[in-house]
Design a protein around this ligand. Structure first.
Ligand code: PAF
Length: 301
């Protein structure tokens, strides 16, 4: 080697796993189970428009199943969970970028079916019902939303048949209801919640953040500020938590509040004033034309 010449560094390049992209159930099955090897496997369900929050879910799934295990990422904008006038048509779709992010985070297979592939008999006549847990908070504003979520989650669990399924804590009510469905209906899968990823200034990552103008984005910070103020008051009990969070939102500009609630995470009901233990402080609001949700977990004393 000539003096001063560096050895080739090719072997130091980060190892990127190549993900196989599939569009049909049959192709997914042969890609996800290429042989009879018994390995742990995990699924991360998404509606695409992947961001660092999804990457954290995929990395958590990879960590759980190890390098030899299998990780599937589903990308499907499920029409059943959108109500009339919601953003189904304008929901961002970016499959090429999604595949790249999924690959880099550790996915083996991306399953991106069409609606006809998921619902080959047309709109399903039989759906799962989320029950009372699905009628409060998000469910009160978006009637039927959680029935649509559970119907597709159940289908995707059947198709992917994973040992583990990873869901973000950002959608706290969805996580609680999916956990409850798998427990109540004996699904043989472990549902794992993954903490919310935030921008440095506190904004929770969401595929819908891309709809925010610069001004909306500045206004949206009131949501996380309110939640953090509530969390800081947790030692003084539920009433103090609610008051501290509400004080921030009361003076917030450009935010139309839907609900601010301190919630017992087990059955997703409003926590009583003497509630003690782990609770979810959740907020939903419209900023500009975009509906945002966020929450923090805290311990009430
Ligand atoms: O959280 C989401 O992105 C969706 O509700 C899910 C779980 C992928 C079902 O469509």
């Amino acid at each position: 080697m000539a003096r001063g010449k560096q050895p080739a560094k090719a072997h130091r390049a980060p190892k990127v796993r190549r993900a196989v992209v599939t569009y049909t159930v049959a192709d997914f099955e042969s890609a996800f189970w290429p042989d009879e090897q018994p390995v742990d496997n995990a699924v991360v369900m998404t509606m695409g428009a992947l961001h660092a929050g999804h990457a954290a879910l995929i990395r958590a799934a990879r960590k759980q199943v190890g390098p030899e295990g299998r990780v599937a990422v589903t990308v499907f904008v499920n029409p059943l969970q959108f109500g009339a006038g919601e953003d189904l048509e304008r929901y961002p779709r970016s499959l090429d970028e999604d595949v790249q992010l999924a690959e880099e985070a550790g996915a083996d297979v991306v399953f991106a079916p069409t609606a006809d592939e998921v619902y080959p008999n047309g709109e399903p006549q039989v759906r799962l019902a989320a029950g009372p847990m699905g009628e409060r908070f998000e469910g009160a504003t978006r009637p039927g939303h959680f029935d649509g979520v559970l119907t597709v989650v159940a289908k995707l669990l059947h198709i992917t048949d994973p040992d583990f399924a990873f869901f973000g804590e950002k959608d706290a009510q969805q996580l609680a209801i999916v956990q409850r469905m798998t427990a109540d209906l004996d699904f043989d899968v472990e549902i794992v919640g993954v903490p919310t990823i935030r921008e440095e200034d506190g904004l929770a990552l969401s595929s819908r953040n891309r709809y925010l103008s610069e001004e909306d984005r500045a206004h949206a910070l009131a949501l996380s500020k309110a939640l953090f103020a509530g969390r800081d008051a947790a030692a003084q009990g539920p009433k103090a938590v609610r008051e501290a969070a509400a004080a921030v939102l009361d003076t917030a500009e450009g935010v139309t509040l839907d609900y601010l609630a301190l919630i017992d995470p087990h059955d997703f009901v409003e926590a009583a004033d003497d509630f003690q233990g782990e609770a979810v402080l959740a907020v939903a609001a419209t900023v500009g034309s975009t509906r945002l949700i966020d929450n923090v977990r805290l311990i009430c004393r």
